[in-house]
Design a protein around this ligand. Structure first.
Ligand code: RIB
Length: 379
């Protein structure tokens, strides 16, 4: 049977309240009494009942992390960074998969709040109604968002603190890279249109083509899963024989497209080049290794929890902080230069990429930009 506080108190010869105050290092307990209670607790292997303690203190020493789907390895790395930061601060992490479903996301919020969770990081915000956004805002615990769209600057979601990858810049870097290699006929296969980070990547990518006077590439929105991307690629590889490159909204989408190309006998990069987004660990070992846009996943999860902890440490309202996380191109072997291009504006991709990443943030929001990172790394 589990040892209770009562057992410790009896064995140490003090009452329950004294035992509790000794264990909590409270003021006004004689040093000898504290020592005796701690020794007894140690000997009996007493474990504090965190649930009961939470009921008294109103704190659970836990942090909620709501993501869309842990099966995407991107989230495994984000979760690892978040957990390490939480562990370091003596908090545990409760993981919830929302499947990008607003109802499910709000149910999880209710459950987390009922468990008196101390703060919540939400990665992948499902499209929320204004009423749901208000519900989130009045949750009563600090909340940090990830994957918020930069286009949400004028939306009520911008009142939340957020750690956001510079998806606009990433999309533009990918677009300029392919254009510089001579690709003017590119298919963009991406995630749900309503999902802010995918939407920003698409805007950046289309901007690159528009700025350089090229026709607007075709965009196919869908689920951001391996299977859905495979289906899309199977259809389009059949229907569009002129396509010379694909920009995938993330690496998992890229892998689905690569599988379809393999089945159709389309050679990468000889026939079709492909660029992903995320730089998952496994993108180095795909065949061929995938050229992709890197976003620092572990660091993002860690930064989000650190932002949350500092909000939790302060009482009262706080200014939202929007931390924009830099991205960069990782060149591997999935793209090739092709002869002849319709590019009208021949400014270098590096120059345009820098343009693309220089979003200024409103002075009203305390904003931190990560140190500029190199835009391109050859592996
Ligand atoms: O929602 C999933 C995607 O969002 C991930 O693949 C990653 O790109 C993240 O930003």
């Amino acid at each position: 049977m589990a040892i209770t506080l009562k057992d410790v108190a009896r064995e140490a010869g003090v009452n329950v309240s004294t035992a509790s105050r000794a264990l909590n290092n409270s003021f006004g307990i004689h040093v000898d009494t504290r020592k005796r209670v701690l020794e007894v607790a140690e000997r009996l292997k007493y474990r504090t009942n965190q649930v009961a303690r939470g009921l008294v203190t109103g704190q659970s020493h836990s942090i909620g992390l709501v993501i869309s789907d842990i099966r995407n390895p991107f989230f495994a790395e984000v979760a690892r960074g978040a957990e390490d930061a939480a562990f370091h601060a003596g908090r545990d992490l409760v993981l919830c998969n929302s499947d990008l479903n607003a109802e499910k996301q709000m149910r999880y919020l209710d459950w987390l709040l009922a468990k008196r969770i101390d703060g919540i990081v939400i990665n992948s915000v499902a499209p929320l109604s204004p009423a749901q956004q208000d519900q989130l805002w009045s949750a009563g615990v600090p909340i940090v968002l990830l994957n918020l769209s930069l286009a949400h600057r004028r939306s009520p979601l911008w009142r939340f603190s957020a750690a956001i990858a510079d998806n606009l810049a990433g999309g533009e870097i990918a677009g300029n890279y392919l254009i510089d290699l001579g690709h003017a006929h590119v298919l963009h296969v991406t995630g749900p249109r309503t999902h802010g980070n995918f939407a920003d990547r698409t805007i950046g990518f289309l901007n690159a083509f528009q700025r350089r006077g090229l026709p607007r590439p075709r965009v196919v929105y869908g689920e951001h899963t391996f299977g859905a991307a495979y289906q899309v690629a199977m259809q389009h590889l059949e229907a569009d024989r002129n396509m010379t490159a694909i920009f995938a909204g993330n690496d998992v989408i890229a892998f689905g497209c690569m599988r379809a190309m393999m089945e159709k006998g389309v050679r990468i990069p000889e026939d079709v080049s492909i660029v992903g987004f995320d730089n998952l660990e496994m993108s180095q070992i795909s065949s061929p290794p995938l050229t992709t846009i890197d976003q620092p996943k572990y660091e993002t999860g860690k930064a989000a929890v650190e932002m949350l902890l500092s909000m939790m440490a302060k009482d009262g309202p706080h200014e939202p902080e929007h931390r924009i996380i830099g991205v960069r191109l990782i060149e591997r072997e999935s793209c090739r230069r092709i002869a002849g291009t319709a590019v009208q504006d021949r400014r270098s991709a590096k120059h345009l990429a820098r343009d693309g990443s220089s979003h200024s943030l409103s002075a009203a929001n305390k904003s931190v930009r990560d140190k500029p990172r190199k835009h391109s790394v050859k592996e």
